[in-house]
Design a protein around this ligand. Structure first.
Ligand code: ZN
Ligand code: CU
Length: 489
């Protein structure tokens, strides 16, 4: 290492992302990478950040996002960078920006992610070019959505299983996207019209994943009464494809299913002995997605996040809306559609049990386009570090950081990311352990977290003292390059 590094973070307490205990160290950065770690006060650089009394951790990896359009529309990505997130994984829950020929696409299901269709692309390579042109502040890796493949291939008539010819075409389209750099495929069999797909359909489309070293992520068919069967279906698809499985936002929803993580987590443990399985979780007892009648009946309360015909009811509870309409909640849903909602439908004890499960990664599942979004969009990572690790003591800070960095990088093959070590990319967050906290609430969801002081992406400072610096050095993390990086280490 040269005597003077580009940048040195001095006197901080390093939590390296592996789960190892914290230690005092200086970190030297040259270009995009960490050049050296040294004893406190021993390294010097042209720029120095004094991190005395602060934690220095790998930038967080948000493994569950719907940021496909946001990377292009809002490239400063403040909702993520302000939490210390330096890498996002897009295309979850079956919905991705590519590959889809826009003129043939019915936009309804894509509404979750794409209020405007600009990000939609016929090929992943084309979408990646749009991302590069927008130059986001964070790195991004891309999943291909099964629902997107279906809309691309099956035309308007989607409420049915795919034919053999359609399955073949979707498999080829996935294969091309993997060549373009996708790191895996997602499905969302919970959502219409993807719910018309049989497990075999998804399994056959997913066949290229195993040979490519890519992953399969699943928003499973049922997170309520039939969760066990739905988990088994996802495990089976992964086995058929020879691919690691990631179960998205694991939860047991509806009062009748409260406490059932006591049953599902041992199921994970058993299956993990036979195949590679992991999961992600967000730290809240409410979920959020499109407004749907079936979900309203299962939720304790429902908060409207957007509505096309009735934007005036955004941020209002459904029971109030029904009272104003003087109709049943079900009929109120009918009048609000298309719309989005937050559903209070989980047990706090279940959320904590999943958070404490050693294989659980942290993912926000934030929905950036929503007018009144779920607070997880701006609060997830600081909430785990502040509320759950520091205040409630669910796990150590080292463990919390590991589940949002090192573990996530390993499960998704993001080589060179998620750890603080010599040679790794300099994706780094500096935070104050005493004050870190999520400030976004269900009433006021668009609020920056407290305690995140500086955030570096690829060696450049993108966030400092509560503001974006204007630097946007994020990179597209493509499968082939990641695999080359992994082979070098
Ligand atoms: Zn989902
Ligand atoms: Cu999602």
């Amino acid at each position: 290492m040269p005597d003077q590094a580009d940048l040195v973070i001095r006197n901080g307490t390093v939590i390296d992302g592996t789960g190892a205990p914290r230690r005092a160290a200086d970190i030297a950065v040259n270009g995009a990478r960490i050049a050296a770690l040294g004893a406190p006060g021993t390294l010097s650089g042209r720029t120095e950040i004094d991190a005395a009394g602060r934690m220095v951790a790998p930038g967080f990896i948000d493994v569950h996002t719907h940021d496909d359009a946001a990377l292009i529309d809002t490239p400063d990505m403040s909702m993520k960078v302000s939490q210390g997130v330096t890498t996002v994984i897009t295309g979850n829950c079956g919905v991705s920006a590519a590959p889809i020929l826009i003129d043939r696409a019915p936009p309804s299901v894509l509404g979750l992610v794409f209020k405007r269709p600009q990000a939609l692309s016929d090929r992943l390579a084309e979408y990646v070019e749009k991302v590069r042109a927008a130059a986001p502040a964070v790195n991004a890796a891309f999943l291909i959505g099964h629902s997107t493949l279906r809309m691309d291939t099956m035309g308007e008539d989607l409420n049915r299983p795919a034919s053999a010819a359609e399955i073949r075409r979707m498999r080829e389209r996935l294969g091309t996207a993997l060549e373009d750099g996708a790191i895996g495929m997602s499905s969302g069999l919970f959502y219409p019209p993807a719910m018309a797909a049989k497990g075999e359909e998804v399994a056959e489309i997913a066949e290229p994943l195993g040979p490519a070293g890519a992953v399969y992520t699943a928003h499973i068919r049922d997170e309520g009464d039939h969760i066990v069967e739905a988990l088994e279906e996802a495990f089976r698809i992964g086995r058929h494809a020879g691919a690691p499985v990631v179960i998205s936002h694991h939860k047991c929803s509806g009062r009748a299913n409260f406490g059932r993580t006591r049953e599902t987590l041992p199921l994970f443990e058993r299956a993990m002995r036979e195949q590679r399985i992991s999961l992600d979780v967000y730290p809240y007892t409410a979920g959020s997605t499109i407004l749907r009648k079936e979900m309203v009946t299962r939720a304790e309360r429902v908060l409207i996040t957007w509505s096309t015909p009735h934007p005036e009811f955004t941020a209002r509870y459904l029971d109030e809306v029904a009272r104003e309409f003087q109709c049943s909640p079900e009929d109120a849903v009918e009048r609000l559609l298309p719309a989005g909602a937050i559903y209070f439908m989980m047990d706090e004890e279940d959320v904590r049990r999943v958070l404490q499960f050693p294989a659980a990664m942290i993912g926000s599942d934030g929905i950036p386009g929503d007018q009144h979004p779920h607070p997880r969009l701006w609060g997830t990572f600081p909430r785990v570090l502040g509320h759950y690790a520091r205040d409630l003591g669910l796990f150590s800070l080292e463990e919390a950081v590991h589940r949002m960095s090192g573990l996530s990088a390993r499960n998704f093959g993001l080589a060179g990311r998620g750890e603080i070590r010599e040679g790794a990319y300099a994706d780094i967050v500096i935070f104050d352990h005493a004050t870190i906290a999520d400030l976004a609430t269900f009433e006021h969801p668009i609020r920056q977290a407290a305690g995140i002081e500086s955030v570096l992406v690829n060696g450049e400072i993108v966030w400092q003292a509560g503001h974006a610096t204007g630097r946007r050095p994020g990179r597209a993390l493509l499968r082939q390059e990641l695999q080359q990086e992994a082979a070098r280490n």
